[in-house]
Design a protein around this ligand. Structure first.
Ligand code: FAD
Ligand code: MLT
Ligand code: ZN
Length: 463
């Protein structure tokens, strides 16, 4: 995994899949729900970056909560390890097996259950693809509170399980705020019905939050109810370039996205920094004039070197395509060391420069992300993975982030990549409590093993 760390040993306490298991799964899911075809299973074993590869023999495609429940109850009783999988677009190795875990993909559960078009509340199954939900709610005059470059493949259950941030976070906030209810199947097959659509509900602990961002380690999300904001009539998108990072920060109150070094045709002259701003509002001409005035003033003040406001929807989507295409462009280079940091905004660019001087000409350092959220995606690109490059990056990147009281995972999660690094962002007491919760909810540790929490926090047998 681009790491010099010791390979992770398979936990021998897990059973090895046998033909009786496969027959049982077929009796529950039918032949179509049990995939052993080598090519199809191979695809499900590899992550989006082609960086993490498992060796599972079995892909299960349940079509209902009841089927998920029966599958998990059986796996728990047999102690078969399981990887919950959505669109498999995760970036930290969480969505694929490490060894021979059974893959349970939710893609077959893709029904919209209801839409309340007065309050904008969508209830759907967890396997719905984000882009399909966006299209559906937009036809009803609403938008999804989240949007990301992986929208064409990622599933709402995966978004919730990673607490995905994305491109609308600055405006609509976290899924912790927008998710109203969940239905989740626990490791032993118990169905936890928390699928409320209430805006306010202070009855005891709000358990749904345990599943938002727990990366499939505590349960499988099967249904979701989510608040969708009204679609505002005017959207304006500006693409700006700046000479220095100080200038980029100035628009801090705006929804800004900072990117650099992308080899895509740009609508502005080439500069060192680029900022994409999208504003939405209810008065087309007023909103546009406001953005134009901001651009003019910023150019007069010398903060913005060049800038253009999209003249129509197609130009606006072209601007967004440049921003959303960075991930795909960077994996094409060969090897990408990906870090996803929350850092005080004024420090965000310091680590890009420090990293450049550390790696010298052995690799290219690319900084982009979500400026308004204080979220830097620090990507170090090289033609192939090498221990020498890695030694320049880690543990420096984690120590630097911890030193600034930042987070080593702003939005992508810990997955396999950072399970052993959690201590850089969480106290030993917090990690211990997380491990206790994991042991309570998944005593046989069948759900997404080797991920999220460090092996030392769980007992060795649950490693
Ligand atoms: P998967 O990748 O399949 O799974 C991710 C994790 O969730 C795994 O640990 C898996 O076990 C678990 N999981 C999946 N489904 C379920 C379920 N139903 N129940 C329980 N656990 C489940 N992330 C951001 O935060 N912001 C971005 O802007 C962003 N942009 C991206 C752009 C691109 C091009 C790509 C490839 C990825 C991007 N991501 C981004 C990463 C992001 O985490 C995922 O795209 C998305 O949220 C994961 O959804 P998925 O359905 O693909 O889940
Ligand atoms: C993004 O903001 O583009 C995503 O988080 C994906 C990535 O970092 O590659
Ligand atoms: Zn991002």
């Amino acid at each position: 995994f681009g790491s010099a760390a010791e390979p992770i040993q398979r936990n021998p306490d897990y059973s090895v899949l046998n033909s009786d298991d496969v027959s049982y799964f077929k009796s529950i899911l039918g032949d179509n729900g049990v995939v052993q075809d080598k090519d199809r299973v191979a695809v499900a074993n590899v992550d989006w970056m082609g960086k993490y590869k498992g060796a599972s023999q079995l892909l299960l495609l349940p079509k209902s909560t009841n089927e998920v429940s029966k599958v998990l109850a059986y796996c728990d009783s047999r102690r078969l390890a399981v990887v919950p999988q959505g669109g498999n677009t995760g970036l930290v190795g969480g969505s694929v097996p490490v060894h021979d875990e059974v893959i349970v993909n939710l893609g077959g559960m893709d029904k919209i259950i209801s839409f309340d078009n007065v309050n904008g509340i969508l209830t759907c199954e967890a396997g719905c693809v984000l882009e399909n939900l966006s299209t559906f709610v937009e036809n009803e005059g609403f938008i999804m509170p989240l949007d990301l470059g992986a929208k064409g493949s990622c599933q709402i259950g995966g978004n919730i399980s990673t607490n995905a941030g994305g491109l609308r976070f600055i405006r609509y906030g976290s899924l912790h705020g927008n998710v109203l209810g969940l239905e989740v199947v626990l490791a032993n097959g118990t169905v936890l019905d928390m699928l409320t659509t209430l805006r306010k509900d202070n009855t005891g602990y709000d358990l749904k939050h345990l599943f938002v961002g727990s990366e499939g380690s505590l349960g499988i999300v099967t249904k979701v109810s989510i608040l969708t904001p009204a679609k505002l009539p005017s959207t304006n998108v500006a693409f700006l370039s700046c000479n220095d990072y100080m200038s980029c920060q100035l628009g801090g109150a705006w929804a800004m996205t900072h990117l650099e070094g992308v080899h895509n045709p740009l609508p502005v002259s080439p500069y060192k920094f680029y900022v994409l701003i999208e504003t939405t509002g209810s008065d087309e001409s007023y909103d546009k004039a406001k953005l134009e005035a901001f651009l003019l003033r910023s150019m007069e003040d010398g903060l913005v070197a060049d800038g253009v406001i999209a003249q129509d929807i197609s130009q606006a989507s072209n601007f967004w395509r440049i921003r959303e295409g960075i991930s795909e462009a960077s994996v094409k280079v060969g090897a990408v060391y990906k870090y996803d940091l929350s850092i005080p905004v004024e420090k965000l660019y310091d680590i890009v420069e420090e990293m450049r001087s550390r790696v010298g000409d052995t690799a290219e350092v690319l900084g982009y992300g979500h400026l308004g959220d204080g979220n830097l995606h620090l990507n170090i690109l090289s033609s192939k993975y090498s221990d020498n490059i890695l030694a320049q990056i880690e543990p420096f990147v984690y120590e630097w982030t911890a030193g600034h009281r930042g987070s080593i995972s702003a939005e992508h999660g810990l997955g396999l990549m950072k399970a052993e690094k959690i201590h850089y962002s969480k106290s030993p007491e917090a990690v211990q409590l997380m491990a206790s919760i994991k042991k309570l909810m998944d005593p046989n540790s069948i759900l997404n093993p080797y991920k999220v929490l460090p092996r030392s926090a769980l007992s060795p047998e649950q490693g």
